[in-house]
Ligand binder design. Sequence first.
Ligand SMILES: NC(=O)c1ccc[n+]([C@@H]2O[C@H](COP(=O)([O-])OP(=O)(O)OC[C@H]3O[C@@H](n4cnc5c(N)ncnc54)[C@H](OP(=O)(O)O)[C@@H]3O)[C@@H](O)[C@H]2O)c1
Length: 253
Amino acid sequence: MNALTNKSVLITGGGSGIGEGIARHFVDRGAYVVITGRREHNLIEVAKDLGSQATYVVGDVTLSDSRKKMIERAISHGGSLDALISNAGNMYRCDVQDFEEEKLIEIFHSNVISGMMLVKEAYSALKDSQGCVLFVGSVHTQRAFPNASPYAATKGALESLTGVLAAELGKDGIRVGCVRPGGVPTQINVRAGLSTQEESDSRIESMGNLHALGRPGTPLEVAEAFEYLVNAQWATGNVLTIDGGLGLGVTHE
Ligand SMILES: NC(=O)c1ccc[n+]([C@@H]2O[C@H](COP(=O)([O-])OP(=O)(O)OC[C@H]3O[C@@H](n4cnc5c(N)ncnc54)[C@H](OP(=O)(O)O)[C@@H]3O)[C@@H](O)[C@H]2O)c1
């Protein structure tokens, strides 16, 4: 029996990048997976490739109706909800002088508030299954990258939430965790209009020497941390760093 056999898992933002990596790894390990996102073509492609253990819901995590559909679909597809992986997220980085209030609200909505609302909406299903909620933090809370304060602030909020929600939900048998990845080449900067895919990938590759392990990571490597937290029955309130040592602040002086 694989470690995730028959677990029912909802992965928001599972149509690309880290979420797709988690979906691929989890299906490989025997889980039933529902992936979500706004772009249907990504979801169709990934779900088709994953076969009958995976399905998808097109929806926006900032909308209550979409979130409800995602949770309902995960329960009907997998027979319960064992893990909510709140992975959908966006990048917003700019100088302080260029802050736009509406964009700050938008990024807190997609990266933080949607996850909080998903926890509320999934609460009874997670209590029934004695399941877990997992957030996605970031190395941005460990290393200060100038101009990235909006994004870093959302990830700091998620890491704080992890502890407080773990304390609050432990009595109901619901565990809460967070995985804190380092640099992984994905579409996040491209979707934010910051660069082309090529520029984004080569910028992350060029950060190789800032990592203790000398290279950025892959979505599948990050996915292993999620598997651990889904299965670790006495682990709650943890922020698990998986970043090749980027957050250590390695210098080569
Ligand atoms: N890449 C990194 O180096 C890195 C490092 C640390 C943490 N992270 C975090 O990892 C998570 C995944 O990001 P990624 O790097 O894998 O980038 P990505 O490939 O762009 O994935 C983000 C996913 O979130 C979905 N999404 C965004 N806003 C949404 C919304 N309002 N409703 C529904 N889905 C939405 C996107 O799908 P649609 O556009 O189709 O909706 C997309 O599939 C994010 O939380 C990110 O902050 C990334």
